[in-house]
Design a protein around this ligand. Structure first.
Ligand code: MG
Length: 255
């Protein structure tokens, strides 16, 4: 069931969005060669606590950390731990915040030091595909218009869009209806967008082919061909006019 948020709920979601975005920024600024990914988890957890929020992902279906840290060929759901980041890595920081019962969800992919030209282009195209989709995150369009915008832009740039996972509604739960796929299925257009819908739009883009597999830790999603992968996400409110990004983009690596 898709819930339309009331003005009061939207106000609460804006507050939670600022915290998720702040955690993304903080984590992005920490990334450098030589740090262990668990240090990021520690900082994000402390930041959430200091802001009176709860990390949405901690204990979600048993996820063991406050932030997903997915490195290189890890697409999503990387578990922070002992891994030490190296120059040239690309790192997806995905974080959700719960404040006063309302969640928000955002992520970005960041470089560690100097990265390859392919990796730079992958990160840029993935992020840009979100903004292509934003042009269709408006009253009267359908979910499928968002999906088509992402897929078209990514494939024009000769990258692959991940099909095994997708975006979603956000609100009292971190994952709500509707699903927001990043590709079009023949004949499927999805629901029409209405003011008050809140969607996490999150393209996942692989340098190589689209198929993924799950690591033996039963969480981390990897590209099947071992190629690197980028991910970008914001929580977006559908309005009567332009969409509103509830997780400010400042600190996403570009702003
Ligand atoms: Mg999400």
């Amino acid at each position: 069931m898709i819930t339309l948020k009331t003005p009061k709920e939207i106000e609460l979601m804006r507050k939670s969005g600022v915290i998720a975005s702040g955690a993304r920024k903080l984590a992005g600024q920490m990334l450098k060669a030589g740090i262990a990914t668990r240090a990021i988890d520690r900082e994000v957890r402390a930041y959430m606590k200091a802001n009176g929020a709860l990390p949405s992902f901690l204990d979600y279906r048993g996820f063991p950390a406050s932030v997903c840290v997915s490195v290189n060929d890890e697409v999503i759901h990387g578990i922070p731990g002992k891994r030490i980041l190296c120059e040239g890595d690309i790192v997806d920081i995905d974080v959700g915040a719960q404040l006063n019962g309302y969640h928000s969800d955002c992520c970005a992919t960041f470089p560690v030091g100097e990265i390859s030209d392919d990796a730079k282009r992958l990160i840029r195209v993935c992020r840009e595909s979100f903004f292509k989709a934003l042009d269709f995150a408006k009253k009267g369009y359908r979910i499928g218009d968002i999906s088509r915008a992402v897929q078209t832009y990514v494939e024009e740039n000769d990258f692959s869009i991940v099909r095994d996972y997708c975006g979603h509604g956000v609100g009292r739960s971190i994952h709500e209806d509707p699903e927001v796929p990043n590709y079009i299925e023949q004949g499927v257009h999805g629901v029409r967008l209405m003011p008050g819908m809140v969607l996490a739009i999150e393209p996942m883009v692989n340098l190589g082919k689209a198929p993924t597999c799950v690591d033996k830790n039963e969480w981390t999603v990897l590209t099947k061909d071992g190629s690197i992968s980028a991910h970008y996400e914001n929580t977006v409110l559908i309005t009567n006019g332009e969409p509103e990004i509830l997780t400010p983009i400042e600190g996403d690596g570009f702003v």
